[in-house]
Design a protein around this ligand. Structure first.
Ligand SMILES: Cc1cc2nc3c(=O)[nH]c(=O)nc-3n(C[C@H](O)[C@H](O)[C@H](O)COP(=O)(O)OP(=O)(O)OC[C@H]3O[C@@H](n4cnc5c(N)ncnc54)[C@H](O)[C@@H]3O)c2cc1C
Length: 394
């Protein structure tokens, strides 16, 4: 295990100022309210197009596909700023983070030319079709079948917990193209680009505990996928899916998804918190700072062309565990603050009352959203297994 010491370069800090000014303008124009939007899965086509026009989608990709040929550290800054502001990045986020890089590596030129520029313009939404009713942690148990036919493949089976399937233009799906072999249980799976408007796909909503519809069940019934939509090597997807997970697990979204609650807690405790409040905030912020340094380090390693699967898993595991403890800690720390009379409220302004209402609403939401954090993108137990293996402990 190795976390390189990485500092964000001046170019990235200058970009941060640009992104903040952009966000300020968007908030002023009423596009979104950072204190109300409490989920990354908010879709705003206009916002995504404006982000694309700034060159902030596909930032690290080659210019010939619409990318910016900028660094992973610059991309890090944009992701971080949007996440902290609760910006509505739902439409382009998955394509930018992982589907686009997968296409870059494994798709043919025609597909890259057709789809990557649409992603960078903020016009194209992707979903990830890995999990199935009988295959979650154990991806290699996937049984949705792709059978060869004239000019392509016919797909039948079910994917589940597919985030944003009802919004997506495309899925990158993991399908079984051959049985496992006796000596390699990972063999026989292939990744495909799936046009979500193709006949033979039924998308049905699933609600999470907060009542929102963020994911879906996707049933394929003899759906046709052309040959050129097979990504990478047939039957050998296990390697590709693993490198995709390094992108999926390591970003700042893995510890900033509920950061809104920390910011509201600071507001509620005011400028002069008591010793208990100050100690609590100090501890939370110090932990967040350590997570951030680790995540920046992973971005630096991606920039250096490494595949930091182990380090990305550590960031995801620690980040999601930290986020899960945030709601109860915030509730405890805010419990003794008098909602109607904050110590630092200017005379005559009932700011504390407003802050408290926002805090309570966000606390309710974060409490209901927290359990999913250690499941999505790989469960805690699975990540710790990967970490143990990476450390030579199993
Ligand atoms: C909000 C959210 C969004 C999601 N979005 C997507 C998506 O877009 N696309 C997609 O494909 N999937 C998505 N998922 C699914 C997610 O990847 C799976 O839920 C996850 O991989 C776990 O699989 P499972 O639900 O089948 O649980 P299981 O794999 O059945 O696990 C059940 C329990 O057993 C434990 N366990 C399993 N195997 C082991 C082992 N070998 N050692 C120790 N413990 C083990 C697990 O840690 C867990 O506690 C999403 C899930 C959530 C919650």
């Amino acid at each position: 295990m190795h976390f390189d010491q990485v500092r964000l370069p001046e170019a990235a800090q200058a970009l941060r100022r640009e992104v903040r000014a952009f966000i300020q303008d968007e908030v002023a124009a009423g596009t979104f309210d950072p204190r109300r939007g409490v989920t990354s899965v908010v879709f705003d086509a206009g916002f995504s197009r404006r982000v694309g026009a700034r060159g902030w989608i596909g930032m690290t990709w080659p210019k010939r596909y619409g990318g910016g040929e900028r660094s992973f550290l610059e991309r890090y800054v944009v992701t971080e700023e949007f996440r902290v502001a609760n910006a509505p990045v739902g439409l382009h986020f998955t394509a930018d983070r992982q589907s686009g890089p997968m296409l870059l590596r494994y798709a043919g030129e025609r597909i890259k030319d057709a789809i990557l520029p649409r992603i960078t313009r903020g016009e194209c939404c992707f979903c990830i079709g890995m999990s199935e009713p009988g295959s979650g942690s154990d991806l290699f148990a996937a049984s949705t079948r792709a059978t060869r036919c004239d000019g392509g493949w016919r797909v039948s089976g079910t994917k589940v917990w597919t985030t944003a399937a009802h919004r997506a233009d495309y899925m990158i799906g993991l399908f079984r193209t051959s049985p496992r072999t006796r000596d390699d249980r990972r063999h026989g799976l292939t990744q495909f680009l799936v046009d979500m408007r193709a006949p033979g796909i039924t998308v049905s909503p699933l609600s999470d505990m907060t009542g929102r519809r963020e994911f879906d069940e996707v049933v394929f019934d003899d759906m046709f996928v052309p040959d050129e939509h097979a990504l990478g090597e047939v039957d050998l997807a296990w390697k590709q899916a693993t490198s995709e997970l390094a992108y999926e697990r390591s970003g700042p979204e893995r510890f900033l998804e509920t950061s809104y609650l920390l910011f509201e807690l600071v507001r509620v405790l005011g400028d002069r918190p008591d010793v208990r409040g100050a100690e609590g905030i100090g501890r939370l912020v110090a932990q967040l700072h350590a997570l951030r340094r680790m995540s920046v380090s992973v971005a630096g390693m991606l920039e250096a062309g490494k595949e930091p699967v182990l380090e990305g898993s550590i960031v995801k595991d620690l980040g999601t565990a930290w986020q899960q403890t945030l709601p109860p800690r915030a509730r405890d720390l805010a419990a003794f603050v008098d909602a109607g009379a904050p110590a630092d409220a200017p005379a005559g302004v009932p700011a504390g009352v407003i802050d408290r209402e926002v805090f309570d609403a966000l606390l309710d939401y974060a409490t209901l959203a927290a359990p999913k954090l250690t499941i999505q993108g790989g469960t805690t137990e699975i990540l710790r297994g990967i970490i143990a293996r990476g450390l030579g402990l199993r």
